[in-house]
Ligand binder design. Structure first.
Ligand SMILES: [Zn+2]
Length: 100
C-alpha cells in the first residue's frame, strides 16, 4: 500500500484487513472547514506500529478525539483516521495506491 501522491510505501501486504465501516473524513488537510465525505471501505490496522511510514495530524474532534493519518513523506492527504479511544486504525481504501 502506497501513498497515491509520492508513492512512499505506507504498509506492507497482509498487514491490514478490509472492512465495511463508514467513516466521515475531511477531503483534504484544509482544517476543520474542509469538505467532508463518508467512505464505506477501510483497511483496519491493528496498531500504529504496523505501518512502514505514516504520519499523524494533531488531535481533532470527529465526534470524539481522533488523529488523521497522512503520508509521513509528503503529508498532503488525509489517508485515514485513528480514534484515540481505539487501538485499531483505519486507512481509507479509496485514498491509497496499490501498485507494487
Ligand atoms: Zn506521500
Amino acid at each position: 500500500m502506497r501513498c497515491g501522491r509520492c508513492t512512499s510505501v505506507l504498509l506492507l501486504p497482509n498487514k491490514a484487513t478490509l472492512c465495511h465501516r463508514p467513516i466521515t473524513l475531511h477531503k483534504s488537510r484544509g482544517g476543520e472547514n474542509a469538505e467532508q465525505e463518508t467512505l464505506d471501505w477501510h483497511w483496519e490496522v491493528a496498531t500504529m506500529w504496523e505501518f512502514e511510514n505514516m504520519g499523524f495530524s494533531n488531535t481533532l474532534s470527529l465526534g470524539r478525539p481522533a488523529k488523521y493519518l497522512t503520508c509521513a513523506d509528503c503529508e498532503q492527504d488525509v489517508l485515514g483516521v485513528h480514534f484515540l479511544d481505539e487501538t485499531k486504525l483505519y486507512v481509507a481504501a479509496s485514498r491509497v495506491d496499490y501498485s507494487t
